[in-house]
Ligand binder design. Structure first.
Ligand code: FMN
Length: 188
């Protein structure tokens, strides 16, 4: 678990959150993920569309996603890569998908997707503040029709924002950012 004092500030949580893809085996209490979803939905959203839907995925659905992804990897990279992927993905304890409303209005669609991305980061921060890690993935499997079907969706019914793994971290990788001066533009 991240080594946080219990009274971490929001700055600590934002700065120290890392993408986690190596988890301890135990599954989380359902209440922990529900608490994070409860906070995630407080993301800003223009016109109050609340365009998000959180799909909590149980072991059966997770197994199907792992199977689907393994076959995709097998077709692209062969048996050894597929078997390694199968082993790694089968060890993930928590699975969730986030989808977004689809709008015919391109501005609404963009704003809704942006709001869902805010919700995704809220989710990550809410989990991290409880010592729970998450990985947001938009890998090839999430763009397949079969994946949408596993979420109970018709093709194109909702936009897939991401597939999220969550659980207690087994290890935490480093991450870097450019210095602020490099990303800052100041105008008079
Ligand atoms: C929209 C989005 C999609 C992502 N998709 C993937 C992915 O498919 N595979 C992956 O390994 N990481 C994915 N990530 C995680 C990033 O690789 C990760 O955030 C980045 O390496 C920075 O690490 P940090 O989050 O620990 O700072 C995604 C992140 C975002 C925001």
């Amino acid at each position: 678990m991240p080594d946080f004092p219990p009274n971490s500030t929001i700055a600590d949580v934002i700065r120290h959150r890392r993408t986690i893809d190596n988890f301890q085996p135990e599954t989380l209490p359902r209440e922990a993920i529900l608490r994070a979803i409860d906070l995630a939905r407080w993301a800003p959203n223009h016109k109050h569309t609340e365009p998000w839907r959180f799909h909590l995925l149980g072991a059966e659905t997770a197994r199907e996603i792992v199977r689907l992804n393994t076959e995709l990897v097998r077709q692209k990279k062969g048996d050894t890569a597929a078997d390694a992927k199968h082993q790694r993905w089968s060890a993930v304890p928590g699975w969730l998908a986030l989808t977004c409303d689809v709008s015919d209005d391109p501005i609404r669609a963009e704003e809704d997707y942006a709001a869902c991305c805010c919700a995704a980061q809220n989710l990550a921060l809410a989990l991290w503040a409880e010592g729970i890690g998450m990985k947001w993935s938009t890998g090839a499997v999430t763009r397949t029709d079969e994946f949408a079907q596993l979420l109970g969706l018709e093709q194109g019914e909702r936009r897939i924002v991401g597939l999220f793994w969550y659980g207690y971290p087994a290890s935490i990788s480093d991450s870097r950012r450019k210095p602020v001066e490099e990303i800052l533009d100041e105008r008079p």
